[in-house]
Design a protein around this ligand. Structure first.
Ligand code: HSE
Length: 298
């Protein structure tokens, strides 16, 4: 009647796949305990780590859980304890981890009536209160694992994309807060056709490269000509971080989700660690606090 789960951090967009591509960070994430209660409804009973709302309707884990029980109509309720390790507003899918975790756990306690796509659908309801718009590019990798492509959100269709064995992610999280809703508000509503052509050519070739283990093509595809020119202004030292990372052997460097975290992909853990050292050096001499992570994509 009780389950403890791990809900992973994720990187959305992956340079050229704004709102559609994402991947899951192995071993970085939140923990949640969910237990059945006789009293019907959803109750957030404990939140550790960060200051987040206890009211079910204001909490992303609560809202996604409500969407699920509204459909399932179970004969019980659920209490949710959240131990947040992913800082809200960090750009590595903090709200998605909460939204995905609660529905995943409740589904397990109910005997798995829903598949992963249905769980992503319920979780989107929670995620929407954080970013003020529905998107699933953090939720899908949190629920399916690995790389995912959200082919469509209405109807919801998610494709799983293979991860080359030697691919590692290096993340740096400068501790400034960038709200997803604000990072979306600064984006243009229209883009030049030439930029669109470059972007979809890169997204197509990145997906092909992931299928064919072509690290060189991954590297040549990790470019973002649509979103990065706007959002990189919100991230101090972004250009220097990118230059240092590429110099240390990163296959590609970009904004993680809506930032401020920056992600890199590398071939092999040694290179991923060299990239970590190089990008730490950029922030070391500034007043900005930061965390870094090196991990597999799983
Ligand atoms: N695709 C989303 C964005 C991810 O970049 O706004 C952040 O939640």
């Amino acid at each position: 009647n009780e389950i403890k789960i791990f809900s992973p951090a994720t990187v959305a967009n992956v340079a050229c796949g704004f709102d559609v591509l994402g991947f899951c960070l192995d071993g970085i994430g939140d923990e949640m305990i969910v237990r059945k209660t006789d009293k019907k409804g959803i109750y957030i009973t404990k939140i550790k780590g960060f200051d987040l709302p206890y009211e079910t309707e204001k909490n992303v884990a609560g809202v996604s859980a409500l969407a699920l029980i509204e459909d399932a109509k179970p004969n019980c309720g659920f209490e949710i304890e959240i131990c947040k390790n992913i800082k809200p507003g960090s750009g590595i899918g903090s709200s998605a981890a909460s939204a995905a975790g609660s529905v995943f756990a409740i589904n397990e306690l109910l005997g798995k009536p829903y598949n992963q796509t249905q769980l992503t659908y319920f979780a989107m309801k929670g995620e929407a209160i954080a970013s003020k718009c529905e998107h699933a590019d953090n939720l899908a990798p949190a629920i399916f694992g690995g790389f995912t492509l959200v082919k469509s959100i209405n109807p919801l269709e998610i494709l799983q994309i293979p991860t080359p064995d030697a691919l590692y992610a290096t993340i740096i999280h400068p501790q400034i807060e960038v709200k997803t809703s604000e990072a979306r508000a600064i984006l243009p509503t229209e883009i030049p056709l030439q930029h669109a052509i470059t972007q979809w050519a890169n997204l197509g070739s990145l997906v092909h490269a992931l299928h064919t283990n072509d690290y060189d093509l991954i590297s040549r595809s990790l470019h973002d000509v649509v979103i990065e020119p706007y959002r990189s202004q919100l991230i101090p030292h972004f250009k220097e971080v990118k230059k240092a990372a590429l110099g240390a052997g990163s296959l590609g460097c970009g904004i993680s989700g809506s930032g401020p975290s920056i992600f890199n992909l590398s071939k092999g853990i040694e290179t991923a660690k060299n990239v970590e050292v190089a990008i730490r050096n950029i922030y070391k001499n500034t007043a900005i606090n930061f965390d870094t992570y090196v991990c597999k994509i799983n």
